[in-house]
Design a protein. Structure first.
Length: 110
């Protein structure tokens, strides 16, 4: 289906949202991706990806409560939708199938 495939960075962002659960907001997503991958991540790029994932129906968002630490501003929290979970499962299954085709990387044989 056109428009529902995940790019590599979209997949990272979606996986990170799933991993962070209730704490998935843009800055935390950037920090987690940087921590796990060692890649420098720009907040503007994460925002663009979050918008794409939202348009594809893979995430939904809600505003948290205002906090004094943020000068009364509210954080936008993200969660993975059912469609997003299904897509992540499909991508993982496809990757697992491809890994199994490589004899020297077939971990089941060890």
């Amino acid at each position: 289906m056109k428009g529902t495939n995940l790019g590599e960075f979209e997949e990272l962002v979606l996986l990170t949202i799933a991993a962070l659960m209730e704490e998935a907001y843009s800055v935390a997503i950037c920090e987690e991706i940087e921590k796990v991958t060692g890649r420098s991540v720009k907040l503007s790029v994460v925002h663009a990806v979050l918008n794409r994932l939202d348009k594809k129906g893979f995430v939904k968002s809600h505003l948290g409560e205002p906090t004094k630490a943020r000068g009364g501003r509210r954080k936008r929290f993200f969660t993975v939708t059912h469609a997003g979970k299904a897509t992540l499962s499909k991508v993982k299954e496809q990757r697992d199938q491809l890994w199994q085709l490589i004899p020297e990387f077939n971990l089941k044989m060890i």
